[in-house]
Design a protein around this ligand. Structure first.
Ligand SMILES: Cc1cc2nc3c(=O)[nH]c(=O)nc-3n(C[C@H](O)[C@H](O)[C@H](O)COP(=O)(O)OP(=O)(O)OC[C@H]3O[C@@H](n4cnc5c(N)ncnc54)[C@H](O)[C@@H]3O)c2cc1C
Length: 458
């Protein structure tokens, strides 16, 4: 906005007292990206770190450095939470209620852009685990990691098999007596080096902007290729992902703990940075149990196959609770907007909702690649409206042949649980999410803005 829309006045409201979002909230040991930072970073401030998989603290510093270098703090109001937003068609304005230190204020704006992420910051997903209340030790959800938790020489059970569990287990195993990863079913886990050898070479021989550009595109092509391979040749990719575990631990072990029932990329792929999980398992500092929980008791967990897992601490790495609009209530002329009753236009606006956009990233590549494209598109859109004196834009679902489909074509627990709160996508452009960076570049950067679906008025 600052560079592309110099004539627009804009303000960012941030509920927390600091920037960083996800990377400020999540503080569990080892927290890191699983995307490569060359695609995850900002294109206007390319990632110059040596790690391609970076720790939470490093990402936080990078975000703060970017804010400072580009003088963005003056646009941000911290500790300002959006509570609700209501559109008035007569005034052609949004009225937003902002909470600032228990004080509520009403402001107006022409355009509302919701970059509130996709999950509830207050609480993570906590499934009903039988007998958990009888456990005597601490029960921790990774979203709210207590700084003071001492797990030195303790027996720790991590319940879950997603990216958080895969990250946490080797990190905890550095100090704990034994870490057990207790998973109901396996996930695909792929070892990746935390340093990209290409990054070291390219940065050595080429000017930094060129090296950064090449690394970003290398990342895009690699992520696209893996996703396409997974969708076209799932058995081939399954073999590729399970083979290293077979070589390390034998066929039976790999089959039981690392060969999921679903095909690759029907859920997000987990990354084992530098094979840290494999090493912790190999050295006996960690182990995996694939089983259902029968009940927790005061000193551990009993599984359905009558295995007793002793525990001093239980970590429920059971995922996020999806949430849209940062829990704010959105209304249009007094009518509450239920996202699930709307379809997404170009992955960012909702049919029938005027002057409003959401930034939701990719699920099959770096989230931020898509957020960047959305930002470019919205800047183009705002400039177009300014040039043509349009006050309102609103995507209109006129074609009755457009069929609604689930927004995310994943079978992960948290998407399945939350399908009812997510908007739908359509089966055709511009309502379809192609989950393809190359396709989306054309659609957002070059396609006509007045395409007949997005209606403008003065
Ligand atoms: C542990 C973890 C690791 C991840 N790793 C990766 C990865 O490697 N690669 C990847 O692509 N994705 C990853 N993700 C997904 C990740 O959330 C996104 O990539 C990215 O950080 C999201 O950025 P965002 O700005 O869209 O949302 P967030 O980081 O969630 O930021 C949303 C911001 O909006 C603020 N906010 C929310 N509601 C309100 C409100 N009502 N009023 C005011 N402010 C509000 C929040 O305080 C927050 O600062 C990870 C997620 C988690 C939880």
């Amino acid at each position: 906005m600052k560079n592309s829309c110099p004539d627009q006045r804009f303000l960012v409201v941030e509920a927390r007292e600091r920037s960083g979002g996800t990377w400020d909230l999540f503080r569990y040991p080892g927290v890191r990206s699983d995307s490569d930072m060359y695609t995850f970073g900002f294109p206007f401030e390319p990632w110059d770190g040596t790690d391609s998989v970076a720790h939470g603290e490093t990402i936080r510093s990078y975000i703060n450095h970017t804010i400072k270098k580009h003088d963005l703090d003056r646009f941000i109001r911290y500790q300002h939470r959006l509570l609700d937003a209501s559109w008035d068609s007569r005034q052609k304005l949004w009225t937003v209620t902002i909470e600032n230190n228990d004080r509520k204020e009403e402001w107006t704006c022409r355009f509302l852009w919701l970059c509130t992420g996709y999950y509830d910051y207050q609480r993570g997903h906590q499934p009903d685990i039988p007998g958990l209340h009888t456990f005597r030790g601490p029960v921790i959800h990774p979203q709210h990691w207590p700084e003071t938790l001492d797990y030195t020489d303790k027996e720790v059970v991590v319940i879950g098999s997603g990216a958080t569990a895969v990250t946490l287990v080797p990190a905890l195993a550095e100090k704990a007596k034994l870490v057990t990863m207790l998973q109901r079913s396996p996930t695909y886990v792929s070892e990746v080096p935390s340093q990209d050898p290409w990054a070291v070479r390219l940065k050595k021989y080429l000017p930094f902007p060129i090296a950064a550009w090449l690394l970003r595109w290398k990342g895009v092509f690699y992520q696209t290729l893996v996703f396409k391979l997974a969708r076209r040749f799932p058995q081939f990719l399954r073999r590729l992902l399970t083979k290293p575990w077979e070589q390390l631990f034998g066929k039976k072990f790999a089959e039981k703990h690392f060969n999921p029932r679903y095909n690759p990329w029907e859920q997000r792929l987990c990354v084992d940075s530098d094979g840290e999980l494999a090493q912790a398992l190999k050295q006996g500092r960690a182990r995996i149990v694939t089983d259902q929980i029968k009940t927790c008791h005061e000193s551990g967990i009993e599984t359905q196959s009558a295995q007793n897992i002793p525990a001093d601490i239980i970590i429920t790495a059971t995922g996020l609770k999806l949430q849209l609009f940062g829990a704010a209530q959105i209304t249009v002329d007094g009518e509450p907007i239920k996202a699930s009753e709307h379809m997404v236009y170009k992955g960012t606006m909702l049919d029938g909702v005027p002057n409003c956009a959401i930034s939701l990233g990719y699920t099959n590549m770096s989230w931020t690649l898509k957020c960047d494209l959305i930002s470019r598109y919205l800047c183009r859109l705002l400039n177009f409206m300014e040039e043509n004196s349009f006050m309102v834009c609103r995507p209109q679902l006129g074609d009755s042949e457009i069929q609604p489909e689930e927004l995310i074509d994943f079978n992960s627990g948290y998407f399945q649980r939350s399908a009812h709160i997510l908007p739908k996508q359509g089966n055709k452009s511009p309502w379809k999410l192609h989950q393809s960076y190359l396709h989306d570049i054309l659609q957002t950067n070059f396609a006509r803005l007045d395409d007949g679906t997005l209606k403008f008025s003065r």
